[in-house]
Design a protein around this ligand. Structure first.
Ligand SMILES: Cc1cc2nc3c(=O)[nH]c(=O)nc-3n(C[C@H](O)[C@H](O)[C@H](O)COP(=O)(O)OP(=O)(O)OC[C@H]3O[C@@H](n4cnc5c(N)ncnc54)[C@H](O)[C@@H]3O)c2cc1C
Ligand code: SF4
Length: 410
């Protein structure tokens, strides 16, 4: 019924709004005519990570936000329809992807997150022999370890990895570049290398008592991998204002915290979290303390008892284009809490001699780095714009096309 509501627009705005430009009317039409395998094929033609994207994409900001029916009616539930077609193909293990004849070319990929998986899968489709080196025990990157189970359960992320492996891609997990092998070593064996190492761990919050603060990325990972051993406080404070902060807060709430407060130096207007995520957190009962700066963690023995905070006023815009937070002298207060979680972004990584700009790997329009034969994509190059799974997947897809051109035609 939902598929039949679609107007199958010509030059569809939903397709333009999708970073991978999935032909939405085409795959929705195939659902409407009960051709679910055809629909899955139409999705895979543009996005090998269609199953994860159907679950994790901020569709309100992308395809559904652009749907012409959004103005006066409800937009088509494009994400749910995509998930329906993808689940149909996955649950029946139906392979809909055609592989080209082997080319004899070998490519190494560093990092098995969305960018690496998409690039590896697209290269395998074109007949290249691909090996993915991943430092963690499991492949999938943040889809496996970082995106909350509510959106992307671990088994779904791993099913996508298995699908890429079925295309012929080899995975070597527990293998870290810089520790177990070098970029130069890979270049000696492979015709090209794609770096898709994402970003690093959380940076320091820079306040006294930091050692008592829980890392938000670890918090989410534990909630996915080992929830029985995740300690959740009664009165949790989350420092940060992005989507990861919202994720940490909603996990804490759903796992039994009585009170959860997100603390942010600016106001709701400047938060980097999506509007729908902010609304979701409020609907889950998460509280917000805006114009508040953490100063130091208060403890008794090893237990956290509070967070000393300062009040802020906003001044002129700073380099980020947002009003600069300025502490109000003497305005200090204590937030009672027994667990503080920081969700303040990820550190940037550097890779063996590759030129960086502003902490990100520098690439040209073909995702070519400063080193011949070495490409990069995903979060490790995303200087501007919100980083997301679909953007990382699209980087991998576009980089694979550029690599293929150079590998086959010089
Ligand atoms: C908590 C959190 C929640 C998010 N939720 C969403 C969401 O709901 N929707 C959405 O669209 N986006 C979300 N994102 C963003 C999204 O997950 C990322 O943009 C996306 O995963 C980036 O893909 P990537 O392949 O570039 O990097 P990653 O997913 O980070 O993958 C990089 C991979 O490289 C590996 N690696 C790193 N260094 C090395 C090395 N030296 N050698 C070998 N392997 C290495 C890592 O272990 C990892 O597996 C979220 C991000 C976070 C942090
Ligand atoms: S914009 Fe909406 S109605 Fe038009 S094709 Fe896309 S989903 Fe269908």
């Amino acid at each position: 019924m939902e598929a039949n509501r679609c107007l199958f627009c010509y030059d569809a705005p939903c397709t333009h709004a999708c970073p991978t430009h999935i032909d939405v009317p085409r795959f929705v039409k195939k659902i409407a005519t009960d051709n679910l395998i055809g629909s899955a094929r139409a999705i895979f033609d543009f996005n090998l990570l269609g199953a994860t994207c159907a679950r994790v994409c901020p569709v309100q900001e992308l395809c559904e936000g652009a749907c012409v029916l959004g103005a006066e009616h409800k937009p088509i539930m494009i994400g749910r329809l995509q998930r329906y077609a993808m689940d149909h193909a996955y649950e029946r293990s139906i392979s809909v992807i055609q592989l080209s004849a082997p080319t004899g070319k070998k490519v190494a990929v560093i990092g098995a997150g969305p960018a690496g998986l998409s690039c590896a899968g697209e290269l395998a489709k074109r007949g290249h022999s691909v090996t993915v080196f991943e430092k963690r025990e499991l492949a999938g990157g943040l889809s496996t370890y970082g995106i909350i189970s509510l959106r992307e359960p671990v088994d779904r992320a791993l099913a996508e990895v298995a699908m890429i492996a079925r295309l012929g891609v080899r995975f070597e997990t527990g293998r870290e570049s810089g520790r177990d092998f070098t970029l130069t070593g890979l270049q000696a064996v492979y015709d090209a290398v794609f770096i898709a190492a994402g970003l690093g761990t959380s940076p320091s919050a820079g306040i006294a008592g930091e050692e008592h603060i829980v890392d938000g990325l670890d918090y989410i990972e534990r909630s996915k991998m080992d929830v029985a051993n995740l300690k959740v406080g009664h009165n949790v404070v989350v420092i940060g204002a992005g989507n990861t902060a919202i994720d940490c807060a909603t996990i804490a709430k759903r796992l039994g915290a009585e009170r959860v407060t997100i603390l942010y130096r600016r106001t709701a207007r400047e938060m980097t979290a999506y509007g729908h995520e902010y609304a979701f957190a409020k609907s889950e009962g998460v509280e917000f303390s805006f114009l508040t700066q953490p100063l130091r963690v208060l403890t008794e023995g090893d237990s956290v008892t509070g967070l000393a905070c300062g009040r802020i006023i906003l001044g002129e815009n700073d380099r980020s284009g947002r009003p600069a937070p300025r502490p109000i002298p003497g305005e200090e207060f204590v937030l009672a809490t027994d667990q503080i979680v920081k969700a303040i972004g990820q550190k940037k990584l550097s890779v063996d001699g590759v030129a960086m700009k502003g902490g990100y790997i520098q690439v040209d329009e073909d995702f070519f780095t400063s080193i011949p034969g070495v490409y990069a994509g995903g979060d490790c190059i995303r200087v501007k714009g919100a980083a997301s799974t679909v953007m990382a997947g699209q980087d991998g897809k576009l980089a694979s096309a550029a690599m293929h051109r150079r590998l086959m035609h010089g």
